[in-house]
Write a protein that binds this ligand. Structure first.
Ligand code: SF4
Length: 461
């Protein structure tokens, strides 16, 4: 009942929400534009005294990790109510050309490609550390959202639905949300034809909604035909029940090679003990062959990190190594997970892509937890610079990993039970899935414990 009221409140208060969105847009614009025009902060200054540090903390210390968390807790309410980019694309769309959505944009691989390219590019130019890359990546994405909004759709969020770089992560995590806008089929049939229609910003089929993935929780459809209401549900329901009916191989690729591959690679390259060894090997080979240009440090800041005053410069070799490391890690880890998912699917019966995809979705809690704790590293580093130190944080991260591993394991068990009758194959299948959990957690043991004793590799590069 309370949830229903919240949904209706959102539906009735569109104007208030728009005012809130304009305030956020203003705040967001200041935080991405002004720091890029200021000199870089000295090491003596603090978050509350320097706008650049404040913006860095706001974006990477609070916004990014806690938006990820909020999606699991509240669905994509961030997107529908607070996101400045979503609001701007919708506003642009309501005053734009209203063109139909082109075929190329409907390609299912965009979330994976956009996420992969943005993540790797962010590492190449050190987006978490410097304000100009923030302006380039976030500002560029916002500009693209406005342009796409202006050209396509009519008061819709075409950008968010098809091209936003974080749409893929949010869509997966929203499957775990304990609320959603539920469409009641019986009620729908009973209601007389209504002339008023709801313009869902993300173009969802309101009558046949089976997922919270694409819903931005804007509330516009709340109470429509008395059939759609914000309702509670089990956080396991969508993955165990609905994912059976609605399969998307691109979502599996995103989980396997995106969240467990590219994202995990991006979180670990800067602390990896292997990277300096690879660099040493390659550097020796290059010198032996008298190929010296890869050691030059003349790449512009928008291609590879180049801040001489901060002694933070990538040579061409460093830059290509970072890209190569993330891509290679993604291929290796992703393929390992892929093979084990394939094996598990075979254990529970004949191979079917639908079953494979269903099992892949059970990894969402563990993969999502990895993204959250990886991003939390920025929060902790920035607070440590302010002399705020949490001695328990590593333990806390491992507890979160453990809980999310059990959650993924529970989901996998429920999915396996749907396909397998024999207890022997059920147990073998869950053992096979457990090898994936061990590999992912093992990677985190390296990142958080074994490699963390070494100084940041950025200093060494
Ligand atoms: S289904 Fe569409 S209109 Fe309804 S809350 Fe979600 S995004 Fe808004």
């Amino acid at each position: 009942m309370l949830l229903e009221k919240i949904g209706h409140w959102l539906q009735r208060n569109g104007k208030r929400i728009r005012i809130l969105q304009w305030n956020i847009i203003l705040f967001y614009a200041i935080l991405i534009i002004v720091p890029a025009c200021l000199p870089l902060p000295s090491s003596q200054t603090h978050i509350l005294k320097n706008l650049t540090l404040f913006a860095q903390f706001a974006f990477w210390g609070i916004w990014w990790p806690f938006v990820i968390l909020s999606i699991v807790l509240f669905g994509r309410m961030w997107c529908g109510v607070l996101c400045p980019e979503g609001a701007l694309t919708e506003i642009a769309s309501s005053h734009g050309l209203g063109r139909p959505i082109p075929r190329w944009m409907r390609f299912g691989g965009w979330p994976f490609i956009a996420f992969g390219v943005t993540t790797i590019y962010g590492q190449m130019i050190s987006v978490y550390q410097y304000p100009k890359p923030v302006l380039l990546i976030l500002g560029g994405s916002t500009l693209a959202a406005i342009i796409i909004g202006f050209i396509y759709g009519k008061s819709n969020r075409v950008w968010c639905k098809y091209l936003c770089p974080v749409n893929g992560v949010f869509a997966l995590l929203a499957k775990l949300a304990p609320f959603w806008y539920q469409s009641n089929q019986i009620q729908w049939k009973q209601e007389p034809l209504e002339t008023l229609t709801v313009n869902c910003p993300t173009l969802l089929p309101l009558r046949h909604m089976t997922s919270a993935s694409g819903c931005h929780m804007c509330g516009k459809c709340s109470g429509y035909k008395n059939a759609i209401h914000l309702s509670p549900r089990s956080p396991n329901q969508e993955i165990v029940e609905q994912s059976l009916k609605k399969q998307n191989t691109w979502e599996s690729i995103f989980i396997i090679y995106g969240l467990l591959g590219i994202a995990l690679g991006a979180f670990q390259w800067s602390v990896s003990h292997w990277l300096p060894l690879i660099k040493e090997y390659l550097a020796t080979k290059l010198i032996d062959n008298e190929i010296m240009w890869p050691f030059d440090t003349n790449a512009p800041w928008w291609l590879f990190t180049n801040y001489p005053h901060q002694q933070d410069i990538f040579s061409w070799l460093d830059g290509f190594l970072v890209i190569g490391y993330i891509v290679l890690f993604s291929i290796c880890m992703g393929s390992f997970v892929f093979l084990l998912l394939y094996t598990t699917t075979r254990i529970i019966g004949k191979f079917q892509i639908a079953r494979f995809n269903h099992l892949a979705q059970t990894l969402i809690p563990l993969a999502g937890c990895g993204v959250f704790i990886g991003l939390l590293a920025n929060t902790i580093t920035l607070l440590r610079n302010e002399n705020i130190i949490f001695t328990w944080i590593t333990t806390g991260k491992f507890i979160l990993l453990l809980l999310s591993t059990f959650w993924s394991g529970y989901l996998a068990w429920k999915v396996i039970q749907k396909y397998s009758i024999s207890i022997q194959s059920k147990i073998t299948a869950i053992i096979s899935m457990s090898i994936i959990y061990i590999a992912i957690n093992g990677t985190w043991v390296f990142i958080l414990l074994i490699w963390s004793v070494k100084p940041d590799i950025r200093v060494l590069l």
